[in-house]
Design a protein around this ligand. Structure first.
Ligand SMILES: Nc1ncnc2c1ncn2[C@@H]1O[C@H](COP(=O)(O)OP(=O)(O)OP(=O)(O)O)[C@@H](O)[C@H]1O
Ligand SMILES: [Mg+2]
Length: 326
């Protein structure tokens, strides 16, 4: 399938996921992702960070983009095609090759009882990338892109690899189908600081040298600042601030982003941001359906914030969903 010269790689519009949660005898509707809207250009590879506290909807958003979760409403387009309208055949032959996942724990992806190269051969076979003879070359190419060779990992079991190596292999597995988009859900959170940087640098290399765009989901604002081009900050299903990473993390405008940034000392990449969610506050707030979702915790809350949903405002080169900038 040929790509149009100026098309969008990914274009999501009002993407929403409603979960029904049973509470006693009643069920409550809960918006895990609530109207997410953004796009990624096709001919301008980028690393786009999705950040936000635990439970803000990052994984649910990722799973919808990967086709692992059905959106409740909204539109998801990939290379100008509405993904919901693709046939099963088109998804298998095209979409699932183009958009590949990388998960948090590389050791959970690989069974301890199988040799690690087994997974790479399996992927080649599943997607019918090449014949048996071409498989080794295809796998070696993918491994080269992450700084490894087939020779190095051949015959080894997962426990014989370091965490960094295992995560590189899982990225290599994702690269076998020659994807244009990788969705990496907390790919470095299990790794220590120095390895984190090496994986993030590898992502930059994939972007610069292989035209792969990466959706980088993380709690680690230090690597996000260092590696990504743009950042979207999620709060309870909303994207509350989005724009170039220097702008958003350099001078955060949304009170929630300010709060996020304060909670990690940016000079120390080893500090993982710990969420500060007060669950009691969340629960009472969840029953409120009007107004800003941050109103209950916002130091700058105004009367209107409790009555109306804030609009998406373009201010200082980014989008911010807050009445302060109206
Ligand atoms: N299958 C499901 N059924 C009901 N609720 C769900 C389901 N999956 C996720 N949720 C809820 O949706 C919300 C968003 O979850 P999600 O996993 O997307 O958050 P997250 O931002 O990835 O969090 P974390 O940083 O902890 O990984 C959470 O409140 C979660 O409990
Ligand atoms: Mg998650």
């Amino acid at each position: 399938m040929q790509q149009q010269p100026d098309s969008l790689l990914l274009d999501i519009e009002n993407l929403t996921k409603v979960f029904s949660i049973r509470q006693g005898f009643s069920t409550k509707q809960f918006r895990a992702v609530d109207g997410a809207t953004f796009s990624v250009e096709a001919n301008k590879p980028e690393i786009l960070t999705i950040a936000g506290e635990s439970g803000s909807g990052k994984t649910t958003l990722a799973r919808m983009i990967l086709g692992m979760e059905q959106p409740t409403s909204g539109v998801l387009r990939y290379k100008d095609r509405n993904v919901a309208q693709l046939t099963r055949q088109e998804k298998r032959a095209w979409f699932f090759r183009e958009v590949q996942p990388v998960f948090q724990d590389p050791f959970a992806t690989f069974s301890p009882l199988k040799r690690i190269d087994h997974y790479l051969y399996e992927t080649v076979r599943n997607y019918q990338i090449t014949d048996r003879a071409g498989a080794a070359e295809c796998i070696n190419n993918a491994l080269n892109q992450v700084g490894l060779t087939l020779e190095e990992i051949k015959g080894r079991y997962p426990n014989e690899l370091s965490g960094g190596q295992a995560q590189r292999v899982s990225v290599a597995r994702a690269l076998i189908t020659n994807p244009s988009l990788i969705i990496a859900d907390e790919p470095v959170s299990m790794l220590d600081a120095s390895l984190r940087m090496s994986i993030v640098n590898m992502f930059r290399g994939l972007k610069d040298n292989h035209q792969v765009s990466i959706l980088y989901i993380t709690h680690d604002l230090a690597t996000a600042y260092y590696a990504s081009d743009r950042i979207a900050v999620m709060l309870r299903g909303w994207i509350v601030e989005m724009g170039p990473v220097e702008a958003v993390l350099g001078e955060p405008l949304h009170p929630y982003t300010q709060n996020l940034k304060q909670s990690i000392p940016s000079a120390d990449p080893d500090q993982v941001w710990k969420d500060k969610v007060d669950l009691a506050v969340l629960d009472t707030e969840r029953s409120v359906h009007t107004g800003c979702k941050f109103a209950g915790r916002c130091p700058a809350v105004m009367d209107i914030c409790r009555r109306k949903v804030p609009p998406d405002i373009v201010h200082k080169g980014r989008m911010v969903k807050c009445f302060l900038y109206e």
